[in-house]
Structures are given as structure tokens and as C-alpha cells.
Ligand binder design. Structure first.
Ligand SMILES: Nc1ncnc2c1ncn2[C@@H]1O[C@H](COP(=O)(O)OP(=O)(O)OP(=O)(O)O)[C@@H](O)[C@H]1O
Length: 358
């Protein structure tokens, strides 16, 4: 059991501020994700929490106790590394037993622990195998089991499943979520994959240049991003941004040469851009109808259950394109003129600094 807190933590390496005045709290038993682009400070945050780095300023707490200057060995946090780091010459069983044997625990205790953990992870049938004879997903579970038997206060995982193929990643993240829930432990997880972060986390933090830009549940951040940066980090295809043309006296128009007509009442007065998620951009095959301007289809990607349609404004001089995510299968021809639509309450407005309004 462990809650974790960072208070105004900063870590520099020479001229680089890897973690910049960061504060957050992770609740006991929470599955918490750090998500950000490369070099945004994710690994440094984990290393600070593990005790492998000491902050230049600020405090780190585990269960309310300051651990800022404690050695890694005094924190009892288990790290599951990206490369899994199983001993190749040991069976899965011996790999899992290893941390307990090292601590000179009694054989009865070790057996009990290994049995419990193996049952939780459904790996009893592969305990006799060497890592080389296990699939990627099985190796993953053995590595997690080895971390679990230690009974740490929390687990840290740094991009643990990025090496697996797409299908296995999907399976493993469902599994990880279940394991974390069953184990009843705090899990701090780093990923650069937005879909993974969204699907797995109870709450997540979005990082940029060592700063936390937003913390919340994935859905809350997706629906109510605090800035353009955060809005652009979540969602695939990415959110569409429309520049507002404020020279229009009546009824603000979206730039892109009148792609969609907006009623001025639909956006706050100081908005300079609006965002519209691809699933909220409607496409109708009746180009030029009514007062809504048109666009042309520039590509159609049939994904089976969904279709991604890319459109370019009709008379636009810019190269801007917009994406719509349509449910189901659609017969649409590239080059066709279409009408675009939206619901006013689906727009997210941003001011000139890229911060969300309203
Ligand atoms: N030991 C170090 N010495 C010097 N600079 C470092 C060190 N560790 C990290 N940095 C720098 O700190 C910044 C944050 O790095 P960090 O590895 O924490 O980012 P990250 O988000 O985990 O990146 P990635 O997704 O690529 O792993 C980077 O600019 C990196 O170059």
C-alpha cells in the first residue's frame, strides 16, 4: 500500500531541466500513467521515485513520509524494466524465486508466495520453462511475477510492453490492469503510446519539457483538455484545429476558406482557434448544400469497423487537411465534394496562447 507525492520537484542535468517544478499525488492502489513525447522527463520521474536520482529541489513522499534522500534499497519499490531482464539460464520458477532466495526467506514462505503470485498471473503451467521457451507475453508475466513476490509498496514500469507486437500489447495491457487490481498495489507506468495510456490508467499526467501540463482521468483530459498541446496529445486520428477568421462581422467563420460556418454565439469572444475531434466531424455527401461550405475528399481509409476520411477545404491555399472518423464502412470516392458538419457543444475553444476557454 502506498500513496506517492512529489512537491515542487526539479531535476537538472547540466543545462537541461529534465523535471521542472513538478507536483502531483498518486493515491494508494492507483494505476497512474505518465505520458509524454520523447525527452519530456518520464524516465527521470521514475528514477527520482525509485531513488536512482536525487532532486535538485523539492520533496518526494511515500505514504506521507519524506523519502527524498533515501537510497533505492530503502524505498521498497519494484521496477519492471523495459527489457524484462529475466535470467536466461534460470527457469521461470527460479527467476520468480530469486528475490526471495536472495533475502534468505524460509522455503515454506517462498513456496507460498510463488504459488500465490503464479495463480494470480495464471503462469503455473509455464514455471518449468526457460525464458527462451516462453512467448513475449509469458516472459512479461514472469517478470511481473518476480516483481510481485517481493511485496513492494508500489511498482514502476517504464514502457514495459513497447517491445511486444500490436495484438500482444493489447492483450497484455488488459492483463496488467487486472493484475494491478487483483494485487491491490499502486502502479506507476510510463508510456509514449497515447492509446495505451488511455486504456490502462485510472489517472494520467501529460508531460511536456519536464512539466506536467494536465492530470486527470483519461476521459476527462480527452474531453476537457486545458490546452491545444494536451488536446493534440490524445486521440487518433488527432484532433482537428480550425483557425477562426475574426474579420467576419457576423458569424465567425472558420478559416480554411469557409470550411464550416460557425455562429459567433458558439464560441467565446476571445477564441482564436477551435478544436473538433475526428469522431465529431460529420461528413455528408451533398457538397455545397445550404450555407455550409464544402470540402473535397482527399483520402479514404477503411479500417473495418471505422472509416477515416481526410478532407481538404475547397478553395484553400493552405495544405491544411481535416480528418473525420466515421463509424462503419462507407463507399466514398476521392475527389468527391462533401459538406462538413459539427455540433456546437463538441467544439473546444482556445485563446491566442493555446489555452482552452470555457
Ligand atoms: N543522466 C542524464 N544525463 C544528462 N541528461 C539527461 C540524463 N537523463 C536524462 N537527461 C535529459 O533529461 C531530459 C528528460 O529525459 P528523460 O529520459 O527523463 O525523458 P523521457 O520522457 O523518458 O524520454 P524517452 O521517452 O525518450 O525515454 C532529456 O533532455 C534527457 O536528455
Amino acid at each position: 500500500m502506498a500513496s506517492i507525492a512529489f512537491k515542487n520537484v526539479t531535476k537538472r542535468f547540466g543545462d537541461t531541466t529534465a523535471v521542472d517544478n513538478v507536483s502531483f499525488e498518486i493515491a494508494d492502489n492507483e494505476f497512474f500513467c505518465f505520458f509524454g513525447p520523447p525527452l519530456s522527463g518520464k524516465s527521470t520521474l521514475l528514477r527520482l521515485l525509485l531513488g536512482l536520482e536525487v532532486p535538485d529541489s523539492g520533496e518526494i513522499y511515500i505514504d506521507g513520509k519524506a523519502v527524498t534522500t533515501l537510497q533505492a534499497s530503502q524505498r521498497n519499490i519494484a521496477m519492471v524494466f523495459q527489457n524484462l531482464a529475466l535470467f536466461p539460464h534460470m527457469t521461470a520458477l527460479d527467476n520468480i524465486r530469486f528475490p526471495l532466495v536472495e533475502r534468505k526467506m524460509s522455503e515454506t514462505h517462498i513456496r507460498q508466495k510463488v504459488e500465490d503470485v503464479s495463480a494470480k498471473l495464471h503462469i503455473e503451467h509455464i514455471l518449468h520453462k526457460l525464458p527462451a521457451h516462453l512467448s513475449g507475453g509469458e516472459r512479461q508475466r514472469v517478470a511481473i511475477a518476480r516483481a510481485l513476490v517481493r511485496d513492494p509498496v508500489a511498482y514502476l514500469m517504464d514502457d514495459p510492453i513497447s517491445a511486444l507486437d500490436a495484438r500482444l500489447r493489447e492483450e497484455t495491457r488488459v492483463e496488467l490492469k487486472r493484475i494491478q487490481r487483483d494485487a491491490g498495489k499502486t502502479l506507476v507506468y510510463v508510456t509514449h503510446d497515447q492509446e495505451e495510456a488511455m486504456s490502462i490508467a485510472d489517472r494520467m499526467a501529460i508531460l511536456e519539457n519536464g512539466k506536467i501540463r494536465q492530470i486527470g482521468t483519461p476521459i476527462d483530459i480527452y474531453d476537457r483538455p486545458v490546452s491545444k498541446y494536451v488536446a493534440g496529445m490524445l486521440g487518433s486520428p488527432a484532433i482537428n484545429f480550425f483557425q477562426l477568421d475574426d474579420t467576419q462581422a457576423s458569424g465567425i467563420r472558420l478559416a480554411g476558406e469557409g470550411l464550416i460556418q460557425l455562429d459567433a454565439r458558439e464560441v467565446p469572444a476571445n477564441a482564436v482557434q477551435v478544436g473538433l475531434r475526428p469522431e465529431n466531424l460529420a461528413i455528408r455527401p451533398d457538397g455545397g448544400a445550404g450555407d455550409v461550405a464544402t470540402a473535397r475528399i482527399s483520402s479514404v481509409e477503411p479500417l473495418g469497423g471505422f472509416t477515416v476520411v481526410t478532407v481538404a477545404p475547397q478553395q484553400s491555399k493552405s495544405q491544411t487537411v481535416y480528418r473525420a472518423l466515421l463509424r462503419g464502412q462507407h463507399q466514398m470516392e476521392v475527389g468527391t465534394e462533401v459538406t462538413l458538419g459539427y455540433q456546437p457543444d463538441q467544439l473546444i475553444s482556445f485563446d491566442q496562447n493555446g489555452l482552452a476557454i470555457g
